[in-house]
Design a protein around this ligand. Structure first.
Ligand code: PMP
Length: 436
């Protein structure tokens, strides 16, 4: 295998130079700046099905899929039609619309993990609201989170583990007061003893445990079923709530997300991404009793000018109604499983220290031969392999997120033929990584 020539980035580079004059670091969200890979960001011009095209006209098979929302691929005709239909009637009213009822009904009649829902405009907003609800409901302040889980840029969750097994969090961003971080207790994933110790140390103070349905923001850290059930039990025993952050896993592992996968009933679930079909939507839901604490019914305040935006609701209806078609998830999951196992087989035959962690239609390429379930188990030095891999993939027409800690997404729009050509590019890129 020979290294591929670098793709042309002339127009993307020029756009990036201009963008640097407008935005901090030239971007509106940090990971887009390509800081942990070679080169500078590609400016995307359009997407269709499983493909994206950049400003220089390079065409890629896209496994980033806007970081998850596009489970049907880009420019899905039904979603597009729903957006156009809604726009005909105006873009926002700040008043209730029937479309909110329609999307809620579609969700609540097919996802029995929640009884009532509230729509917001991003995953961060959903988590922020869920945390406030848990605190208001339990009348407690502390939140227990796991090292390696990301829950959006909520102040009290931009917190990393301190040095002990169970620690007050330390802020991981400037601008977050240490006093906020002290309301967050950070512990390692998949570690029952650490959870028990936290409940002993902070007895009657923990409002909730929050965990990603499947932690998928710092590698794909698939938790043991037994651990998740343990979290359900210990929160119940201690009068705390269990929050599942399903911003990635919701409607992706299945219509009822990771909660159904683990057969667990969390107290509050947050959603985002897929629920809006590519438009800015998030949501949180719980039992009718817990949701009764939200304003104007209850005393926990939460609001939004663009919440339940009609265009976004309509896009969500267009998307979610397609996911409910019989066999949708089965097909997507079996397609992903075949794709991933072929790549794993190739790497194993070659003896490469490369492992794909996968669940549902999510996958994570890791340069390791270990089973990884915690953030601490990821070897940061393995990211140097990812950098080369990423460059080689781009040069062969494969677009994945520009960080070795991020997961990839297979969509319904990835056909078998495209997965075959992606596999070939992945094999060749692995050969370059390991034989260089
Ligand atoms: N929670 C999880 C699990 C996420 O993956 C993300 C975003 N990747 C968020 C919350 C925040 O969502 P948003 O970026 O829409 O604010």
């Amino acid at each position: 295998t020979v290294k591929s020539p670098d793709i042309s980035r002339e127009k993307s580079s020029a756009l990036y130079e201009t963008a640097k004059g407008y935005f901090p670091g030239g971007v509106n969200s940090p990971v887009r700046a390509f800081k942990s890979v070679f080169g500078s960001p590609l400016f995307i011009e359009k997407g269709d099905g499983c493909f994206v095209w950049d400003a220089d006209g390079n065409k890629f098979i896209d496994f980033c899929c806007s970081w998850g929302p596009l489970i049907l691929g880009h420019n899905n005709p039904v979603v597009k039609e729903h957006v156009l239909k809604a726009i005909d009637n105006g873009m926002s009213f700040g008043a209730p619309t029937a479309l909110e009822n329609d999307l809620a009904s579609l969700i609540l009649s097919n996802n029995k993990k929640i009884e009532k829902i509230r729509f917001v405009s991003s995953g961060t907003e959903a988590v922020m609201s869920a945390i406030r609800l848990a605190r208001g409901y339990t009348k407690r302040d502390k939140i227990l989170k796991f090292d390696g889980c990301y829950h959006g840029h909520v102040d009290s969750l931009l917190v990393k583990a301190g040095s002990g097994l169970v620690t007050f969090g330390e802020t991981s961003s400037a601008g977050v007061p240490q006093s906020f971080a002290e309301e967050t207790v950070v512990i390692p994933l998949n570690d029952k003893d650490a959870v028990r110790a936290a409940f002993e140390q902070f007895k009657d103070q923990i409002a909730a445990i929050i965990i990603e349905g499947i932690p998928a923001n710092n590698g794909l850290l698939i938790q043991d079923k037994d651990f998740v059930h343990f979290l359900r039990d210990i929160t119940k025993e201690n009068g705390s709530l269990l929050i599942f952050d399903e911003v990635i896993t919701g409607f992706r592992l299945g219509f009822e997300g990771a909660a159904a996968y683990y057969d667990v009933n969390p107290d509050i679930i947050t959603y985002g991404k897929i629920i809006g079909g590519g438009m800015p939507v998030g949501a949180y839901g719980a039992s009718a009793e817990i949701m009764g604490n939200i304003s104007p019914e209850g005393s926990v305040y939460q609001a939004g000018t663009l919440s339940g935006n009609p265009v976004a609701m309509s896009a969500g209806i267009g998307q979610l109604s397609q996911l409910l078609k019989p066999g949708f998830y089965e097909e997507l999951l079996s397609k992903t499983a075949g794709f991933v196992s072929d790549i794993q087989e190739f790497a194993d035959q070659r003896g490469y220290a490369f492992k794909i962690f996968t669940i549902g239609s999510l996958f994570w390429f890791a340069f390791t031969d270990k089973d990884i379930k915690t953030a601490a188990a990821i070897d940061a030095s393995s990211m140097q392999y990812f950098k080369v891999f990423h460059r080689e993939l781009l040069n062969r027409g494969i677009y994945i997120g520009p960080s070795g800690y991020e997961v990839g997404f297979v969509s319904a729009a990835h056909s078998q033929a495209e997965l075959e050509s992606a596999k070939k590019a992945i094999f060749d890129s692995l050969d370059i990584v390991f034989l260089k």
